[in-house]
Design a protein around this ligand. Structure first.
Ligand SMILES: Cc1ncc(COP(=O)(O)O)c(C=O)c1O
Length: 273
């Protein structure tokens, strides 16, 4: 059964006119439910979290619910694997800085010519700072996806990190990320997937992909610029004991998640497929 797009459209006041918005990189429209929930939170519970008072406890609850909703959306095994941040670019900068602590001069990092700059520049900066080498993977110009032979060749140089995209922001083409993840793991690399342009279009199952990190941008599928976030999935199997946590997020930024994600949960998307 397909998604009920009429029902979804009704939840977005800005779409209740003869208009079709295609410009998701500039930010998508907000649903009434999300906005109501944000307003309610700000009016009734506005507080920093982890405090010993009522509004703070309520903020914690909201935050936990949001982690749960996002874990469901990505089929992460635990809500604790979800991290919220400002946007994909900022979190990639943070995460790359954290991972860089384990890199040595001369280590290799795999990046691709098909990726958005947000999944390239942070790794370039790390390479510059730590004396690491970037290995560039080309795209297959006929298919518009990554060149698998070139990817395999790059892995022969045993990169410590492989950063690649799920779907191209330029072409809309989708890479075989599960296969790429397996290949990269076999070569000993940590896998960092940019799913910013795939998340609005298809179900994501981070357990099935078995990736180490997956980042996406909720303001590109269901939110406004003021509530935009990025979440990443860290698979403990591959990044054991080195969990990177960003607990400085502000609860009010995430309180709309339960509303905005409920029609798009992993289960509802898969049941409808
Ligand atoms: C594929 C892709 N990755 C990353 C980004 C950057 O996302 P953000 O604005 O959340 O930093 C974009 C922005 O359009 C994108 O299309």
């Amino acid at each position: 059964m397909p998604l009920n797009t009429d029902l979804i459209r009704q939840q977005f006041p800005s779409l209740n006119r003869p208009a079709v918005f295609l410009d998701n990189p500039a930010g998508t429209q907000i649903s009434k439910q999300s906005l109501d929930r944000i307003n309610r939170y700000l009016l009734e519970h506005n507080a920093n979290h982890e405090g010993m008072f009522e509004t703070s406890r309520r903020s914690d609850e909201v935050l936990h619910e949001a982690h749960g909703s996002m874990a469901d959306f990505l089929n992460a095994s635990r809500p604790e694997e979800i991290i919220f941040g400002n946007n994909m670019t900022t979190l990639t900068l943070h995460i790359s800085r954290s991972l860089a602590r384990n890199l040595q001069a001369g280590d290799n990092i795999l990046v691709t010519r098909l990726d958005h700059d947000a999944n390239i520049s942070p790794w370039m900066l790390i390479a510059e700072d730590k004396g690491c080498n970037l290995i560039w993977v080309d795209m297959d110009v006929e298919e518009g996806t990554l060149d698998l032979d070139d990817f395999a060749k790059a892995l022969e140089r045993k990169p410590k990190i492989a950063a690649f995209g799920y779907a191209s922001n330029l072409l809309g083409t989708v890479n075989p990320v599960k296969k790429l993840t397996k290949m990269a793991h076999e070569a000993g690399a940590l896998v960092y997937i940019d799913a910013v342009q795939y998340a609005p279009h298809g179900p994501i199952d981070v357990q099935d992909l078995d990736c180490d990190f997956l980042v996406c941008s909720s303001y590109k599928y269901s939110e406004t610029q003021i509530t935009r976030h990025v979440q990443f999935h860290s698979s403990p199997g591959h990044w054991k004991d080195k969990t990177v946590t960003f607990w400085n997020q502000i609860p009010k930024r995430v309180m709309g998640y339960n509303e905005c994600l409920s029609p798009f949960s992993f289960r509802s998307v898969h049941n409808d497929a």
